[in-house]
Design a protein around this ligand. Structure first.
Ligand code: ASP
Length: 439
């Protein structure tokens, strides 16, 4: 049995609904369907979720929402009409609009995007509609209630072979609606897949899987055919986005693979996300991703190496300010802490003073403008010279390598470069691993 999730662009209009139905009906194992709200139909279109947020804000400010709300209804009505469905959502629209006026909550407002789309999709497919509010639960403190949701899903889905369960929201113990963070339908799909012990979680979107590098930086990068959950975590953390970052946890603990597929090119194999894989990419690396916006707190003190507790005192200052650190490259008498620049804005001089006072350091200095780049691949374990190739590629391009860090799991090498060299660094690393194999 497969659980399939379709993103907003896959359900943006009636033409996309038709593609989705064709995909679902082509395989009778595709039994439980999790839809997003209608997304963008063209690049400067507005997602229904965003329309709902805007409309609700207006309701909160006691502004007239007639025109905004009508635009939302029109999106759905257009889909219903074009699909020729015998379905009226008038009562739902009426009820939802009234709920906006009585301030039923921002999350409630946003969740209606998935809710209404789910009703239409269920009708079109001939599947049962199951309101996520009845099967996805949050705890009092707002965190997701896994065990309760799993039990409800198992009980409910045992009674029905084919169903549509809208993504993105669930209910709180007091019966109000709460949503996950943006893009959260991916998470709902993962929870459903894990609850029903699916053999596969298909996540249908508008790209044919993950790319080895960001296509805005590297021209026509290759697609990743297989990636492990851990590799994906590393790449996602560094900015590669296709899947909601929490979405891998429910399925990964159940050992269920995820297949990222393209609704507009269903014949493409997409990317398989698996627990472990012996298949090594011909490029040895699985992906490259990175982020700008890091700062380095550079600390120097004579005979630091013999001083017990120095690192703890230094990191203690950051901990008090609730600042997580990314990396900690160190020398004999130096230690550098890499942190996100936006987290230290406004408290720089305080940090410097406190570090100086608590560690007795000779020099404490903050440098901005650092980009981190992760080269990720399970193949590195078996390959000698990965770091050498990365360094050589950067050296040939005359890019100064500020830091290099290889995780002891040998799954990734992280390099720190100047922000202005970030794009070039990504390109030359891609070339040395991927283009060299292609030729
Ligand atoms: N519709 C929601 C959003 O735009 C959730 C989702 O699409 O997964 O974030």
């Amino acid at each position: 049995m497969k659980v399939v999730k379709f993103g907003g662009s896959s359900l943006a209009d009636a033409a996309q609904f038709k593609k989705v139905a064709e995909i679902i009906h082509a395989d009778k194992d595709r039994r439980y369907v999790v839809p997003s709200a209608p997304g963008k139909r063209f690049s400067d279109d507005i997602k229904v979720t965003d329309m709902l947020y805007v409309c609700y804000e207006k309701a909160l400010r006691h502004e007239n929402i007639d025109a905004d709300f009508q635009k939302i209804c029109d999106r759905y009505q257009g889909i219903i009409d074009e699909l020729g469905l015998d379905l009226s959502l008038e009562q739902e629209f009426f009820y939802i609009k009234n709920s906006f006026m009585v301030r039923a909550g921002r999350d409630y407002a946003a969740s209606r995007g998935e809710y209404l789309n789910g009703i239409i999709l269920a009708k079109y497919l001939g599947f049962e509609f199951i309101d996520a509010a009845d099967v996805i639960f949050f705890k009092e403190n707002g965190s997701f209630d896994g065990p309760r949701s799993e039990q409800a899903l198992q009980e409910r889905l045992a009674k029905t072979s084919y169903a549509v369960i809208p993504g993105f929201y669930g209910s709180m113990p007091n019966d109000t609606i709460k949503t996950f963070s943006r893009g959260g339908s991916d998470f709902t799909g993962s929870v459903v897949a894990s609850a029903v012990h699916a053999s596969l979680y298909e996540n249908w979107t508008d790209v044919s899987g993950f790319l080895i590098a960001d296509p805005r930086i590297v021209k026509n990068p290759q697609t990743i055919t297989t990636i492990t959950y851990r590799e994906l975590r590393e790449l996602a953390y560094m900015g590669a986005t296709v899947l909601h970052e929490d979405a891998i946890f429910p399925v990964s603990s159940a050992g269920i693979p995820i297949n990222i597929k393209n609704t507009n090119r269903p014949e493409d194999p997409g990317t398989m996300i698996v627990k472990t894989s012996d298949e090594i990419s011909p490029f040895y690396i699985t992906g490259i991703a990175g982020k700008k916006g890091f700062s380095v707190i550079h600390v120097e003190k004579d005979r630091m190496n013999s001083e017990v507790g120095f690192g703890r005192r230094l990191l203690g200052v950051l901990e008090r300010h609730n600042i997580p650190f990314e990396h900690l490259p160190s020398g004999i008498d130096t230690m550098s802490v890499v942190v996100s620049t936006h987290l230290i804005e406004g408290i720089r001089s305080q940090l410097i003073d406190q570090i100086q006072a608590e560690t007795g350091s000779d020099i404490v200095q903050i440098d901005d403008g650092v980009a981190l780049l992760a080269v990720v691949g399970r193949g590195m374990r078996k390959m000698i010279g990965t770091a050498a190739r990365i360094c050589a590629a950067l050296a040939h391009a005359r890019i100064n390598l500020w830091m290099i860090d290889q995780g002891s799991s040998e799954l990734n090498v992280i390099v720190g470069v100047n922000e202005m060299d970030f794009e070039k660094a990504t390109q030359v690393i891609y070339e040395v691993f991927v283009d060299s194999v292609e030729q």
